[in-house]
Design a protein around this ligand. Structure first.
Ligand SMILES: [Mg+2]
Length: 169
């Protein structure tokens, strides 16, 4: 079960303590797009997201996008950002997450993966040995398969939280 547990969790990408990530030795970040950076139906990055990306780049982070969504979605979202990006990533499979590392020129233990789903982002990132961060999904208007997964995910998340609280005692 712990393969589904993130190293850390936050309400949103804008609340993450990126300074702390740097202290931990993280030099590169792989972002999920849908419901992590923007809702599914927002095709382009918001000014807030653009601001975040620019700030992280200025702080020295190397950035990459990895989405299970199709190439059109990823290309349109990435049009102005021009980040290394992988569409149809089939997370939690490790192949394309490793490809992301190669695009970034980064090692697994110096890379964080930030996403909103335990069963794709966290599981995939953990498999490859990345520092995984779970964020609360921006919006709940989702495809039915994701909805089904969410039900199970809630249970796993509760277990993760109770385990985390125990270790913090
Ligand atoms: Mg997502």
């Amino acid at each position: 079960m712990s393969i589904l547990y993130p190293n850390n969790h936050y309400n949103s990408v804008h609340e993450i303590d990126y300074k702390q990530l740097q202290v931990l030795g993280v030099k590169a970040i792989i972002f999920d797009i849908d419901n992590t950076l923007v809702p599914y139906d927002i095709l382009e990055p918001t000014p807030q997201v653009i601001g975040l990306i620019e700030k992280l780049q200025k702080d020295g982070f190397k950035l990459c996008l990895i989405s299970n969504n199709n190439k059109n979605r990823v290309d349109l979202f990435n049009k102005e950002l021009k980040l290394p990006a992988i569409a149809k990533a089939y997370k939690p499979l490790s192949k394309n997450i490793k490809k992301g590392l190669a695009l970034l020129g980064s090692q697994a233990d110096q890379t964080a993966l930030i996403g909103d789903q335990m069963f794709t982002d966290v599981w995939g990132g953990n498999r490859v040995g990345l520092f995984t961060i779970l964020v609360r999904p921006i919006q709940d208007k989702e495809e039915w398969i994701t909805k089904i997964k969410r039900g199970i995910e809630k249970k796993v998340f509760k277990k993760y939280i109770s385990k985390k609280e125990k270790t913090n005692d």
